[in-house]
Write a protein that binds this ligand. Structure first.
Ligand code: IVH
Length: 677
């Protein structure tokens, strides 16, 4: 081989290596080399090009864009959390959404105004302006803490660096979605899987010069903190910031009822493919900001907004096999293994069949030709069977009555409806390997321990290699073993160690949620943490005699009912569960519960409601108390401070009990006075 060919060969090898590392960074989120190793490789390529002009003619460097995102950005807490949105998929979901809003506000108005805006499929960021000057720019991060990516955001020319208006609020936080247009993406494709990945990677470049090479664009859609608040509606906000120079999606519009929501949906769906950016639905937001603030948020998403996704993409394929999967609650879910088919740009080879009843109802069999659909980020599902294509010899699918672990399964009976549950469950808890593995995935997930680098695939891998078997094993990982695994390098191991260390410091409510007691979701975990206050008190649940007493008190808590109490009881009745929780506690620093908002009218007060109110629903009354530092109880006891009686059908017995215990009684009208409404 002559010298020139040799150089070309070396050069090509290095380029391919760089591409491989980029792919690991951008698409798999699992880098295996450190930043400096990566930089060295890049420098070598540039030097080779400099010394050998003929290499440039190969045009290979064009296939490489940017460098891997850095993890060296400063972490900054958001002034206000960046929440996510719940999803709607059809008219009924939207009608439920409007219904819930009416219920919460205790009104009957089917004509509430909504702003309808395209949901851009990009990367969210927030821009903070002090006296009109852009001083901070953060990525969303986990919603609570973001990363300082100001310099990179500044490379987007259309983002105002200064708002030119004499009346701009002294503090103004503008939230936006950063994206790469379809045309822009075509020019830079390279190793990115899609425009969204490219935008994300570009925003996290160490060197803003790299970011500036990529054609980023944005739409501003909302606000965080604005002081003083000068807006009354969402549309007024959008119109104003447009005049300030922000880029606003031109397809935003006011709609007034379900019919208008539906027709706007069809309209935008029909023009969707002609837009230069990807959208996956429309966001509907209550237009009136006062109503927005009355509605408030649940743990993760506002009650005043929803993402109405475009209808599912469908495709036809064949079922090769039906297997079962076991979830962390023991639920047995049948899954169809189908011949791979592209649905809406994504290759699908698994589709859920939901449960035994669903298989029976649709008489789904192995070998059947079926239609499947995929909507947004939801698991693809089997919609219907094409019976005309069924093989004569096919047999009805018999649902297994055992779990994959060999253990017995059961269908529970719903106490109130007396009906059998559709879902079959394995009853072995942590003793079932399949459940145990899923529980681990829950523990490391975002809303629980939030350990970056320990995703589902890694848990599967570590489980199979017996590196992690029980939750407490997370904190005693044998890194020598990990080091030898493919895909793991010094950098990723050091990142994992850091993430695990960080997760040791955990709030009590998160810990309770993480443990994975059935029927104890994030909201209930908070209620329980508010009751127990410390891990020591929570640990009283371990001993049976104590547990009985504690559980009797839990019924006082609004939101905790018989189902939750029975579930806590059965969880702690298992020695295995107790052992697992105890071992985990030993590895952690669990912080005492701090009510998020202790200050307020109802600080340290307990309140109970009876009867209905005219101006608000029970849910709104409850959230008002909680947002003002108080706690809502569900029964009358000496611990209760105030009983608030609504004019509509208060329970006489409760009022009597309160009088006997000399508890303060507040009537509906006085209640409004206390609240200033
Ligand atoms: S409003 C409280 N409006 O979707 C959340 N979000 O799932 C308010 N997004 O993180 C979000 N276009 O990144 C809103 N017109 C739009 C949007 C939009 C895209 C993204 C945003 C947000 C995510 C919520």
């Amino acid at each position: 081989m002559d010298k020139k060919s040799k150089i070309i060969e070396i050069y090509k090898k290095k380029i391919n290596l760089l591409k491989k590392h980029n792919k690991l960074y951008f698409n798999n989120d699992s880098p295996i080399v450190s930043d400096s190793e990566y930089d060295t490789l890049k420098k070598e390529i540039i030097n080779l090009e400099k010394q050998n002009n003929f290499l440039k003619k190969l045009n290979l460097h064009k296939t490489i864009i940017g460098s891997p995102p850095s993890n060296k950005f400063k972490k900054v807490k958001h002034l206000k959390p960046m929440l996510s949105l719940s999803n709607a998929f059809d008219k009924k979901d939207m009608s439920d959404f409007v219904g819930k809003i009416n219920n919460f506000l205790n009104i009957d108005n089917q004509n509430i105004e909504f702003s309808s805006e395209p949901k851009i499929d990009g990367i969210s960021a927030t821009l903070i302006y002090e006296n009109g000057v852009l001083i901070k720019g953060l990525s969303r991060g986990d919603g609570t803490t973001g990363e300082d990516i100001l310099e990179n955001l500044k490379t987007i020319n259309t983002i105002p660096k200064k708002i030119k208006d004499n009346n701009v609020p002294s503090l103004c936080e503008i939230r936006c979605e950063i994206y790469i247009g379809k045309k822009g993406f075509n020019n830079i494709k390279g190793e990115f899987a899609n425009p969204r990945n490219a935008a994300g990677g570009s925003l996290r470049q160490k060197d803003p010069k790299e970011t500036s090479k990529i054609p980023l664009e944005y739409f501003a859609y909302g606000f965080g903190v604005i002081k003083p608040m000068i807006f009354k509606t969402q549309i007024e906000f959008l119109t104003k910031i447009k005049s300030w120079g922000f880029s606003i999606n031109p397809l935003s519009k006011i709609v007034k009822n379900l019919n208008e929501i539906e027709s706007q949906h069809h309209h935008i769906d029909s023009v969707r493919s002609s837009l230069d950016y990807d959208i996956d639905g429309l966001v509907y937001k209550v237009n009136d900001l006062k109503l927005q603030s009355r509605l408030g948020n649940t743990s993760n998403s506002p009650r005043w907004a929803i993402a109405y996704k475009f209808s599912a993409e469908k495709a036809v394929t064949k079922i090769k096999d039906i297997v079962i999967q076991v979830g962390r609650t023991g639920a047995i879910t049948p899954v169809a293994k189908v011949e791979p088919v592209t649905v809406g740009g994504v290759v699908v080879s698994n589709a859920t069949l939901h449960n035994e009843d669903e298989i029976n109802r649709k008489d789904i069999r192995i070998g059947d030709t079926v239609q499947i659909q995929r909507a947004g980020d939801v698991i693809p599902q089997v919609v219907q069977v094409d019976l005309s294509k069924r093989n004569q010899n096919s047999k009805k699918y018999i649902f297994p009555d055992k779990c994959l672990c060999g253990g017995l399964t059961q269908k529970e009976r719903n106490k109130s409806t007396k009906k059998e549950d559709a879902v079959r469950r394995c009853t072995k808890g942590y003793d079932c390997d399949y459940i145990a593995k899923e529980k681990l995935k829950h523990i490391v997930s975002k809303d629980a321990f939030n350990i970056d680098g320990l995703g589902k695939k890694v848990i599967d891998q570590f489980w199979d290699l017996k590196i992690i078997r029980e939750p407490s094993d997370i904190f005693t990982i044998n890194y020598n073993k990990v080091e030898n695994l493919e895909g793991w390098g010094k950098l990723s191991i050091s990142n994992l160690k850091k993430a695990i260390n960080k997760s040791k410091n955990i709030e009590l409510d998160k810990f309770i949620f993480s443990v994975g007691i059935r029927h104890i979701g994030q909201e209930n975990a908070k209620i329980l943490a508010g009751f127990f206050q410390s891990i020591d008190k929570f640990s009283k649940l371990f001993k049976e005699s104590n547990r009985k007493i504690v559980l009797r008190h839990l019924i006082d808590l609004d939101g905790i009912g018989e189902i939750q109490i029975n579930s806590i009881n059965s969880f702690f009745s298992s020695n295995k569960n107790k052992e697992i929780v105890e071992q985990l506690i030993q590895k952690l620093k669990i912080n005492n519960y701090k009510a998020r908002n202790k200050k307020g009218k109802f600080s340290n007060k307990t309140i109970m409601f009876t009867g209905g109110f005219e101006k608000m629903s029970r849910s709104e009354a409850k959230s008002l108390v909680e947002n003002n530092g108080g706690k809502v109880l569900g029964t009358i006891s000496k611990k209760l401070d105030i009983l608030v009686t609504g004019n509509s059908k208060p329970t006489k017995k409760k009022i009597e009990q309160a009088k006997q215990l000399s508890i303060e009684i507040v009537r509906e009208n006085e209640w409004y006075k206390i609240l200033d409404i």
